[in-house]
Write a protein that binds this ligand. Sequence first.
Ligand code: CA
Length: 224
Amino acid sequence: MRILLVEDEPDIARQLKQALADAGYAVDHAPDGEEAQFLGETEPYDAVILDLGLPKVDGVSVLERWRREGMSSPVLILTARGAWSEKVAGFDAGADDYLTKPYHTEELLARLRALLRRATGHSQPTLSCGGLRLDPRAARASVNGEPVRLTSLEYRLLHYVMMHQGRVISRTELVEHLYDQDFDRDSNTIEVFVGRLRKKIGPDRIETVRGLGYRLTPLPGEPA
Ligand code: CA
């Protein structure tokens, strides 16, 4: 899953970007409203964390324009303490959730997980597909109860396909949701990662749909 982090305070941004990366997300950072506007309109983020007090263009205006242009990613806004009217303006502009500064990183990560669940139609905190399980709270996966050790990219890949299980996902879509903008993107490497993941979770769980992409489904006989 790929997140856009919009935050103008360098220390907070650095710390949060690291926390998000540690939690298994690809992260792009925008330090002002202008950059945020551009990235939100051009890249397909799974969720956005948007500080409202921003240089160049304020967060509420950024969000309003995103929504006007059809940007539908869930947005978590960060507001200043005591600024209740900012929250109202944020929700009315199209925000899905808010946090008041200062906040605990753990709470932000939990709210982000909830937003991603809702946006992809999942209600359970743990994702499962037959004997395959993934717990985004711990960034861990298991097969039939046995833990599977994954690299961060393998984890991101598995997280994304589990969030969208049953649907065919193209390589382009995977590239757009697994890598941040600074990454040297090459859709051929996706095949390599799928191959590595199959070695770890079983060869038949991720099906190749020729010419279209990949699909995660339970094994025959396994409950969904
Ligand atoms: Ca700010």
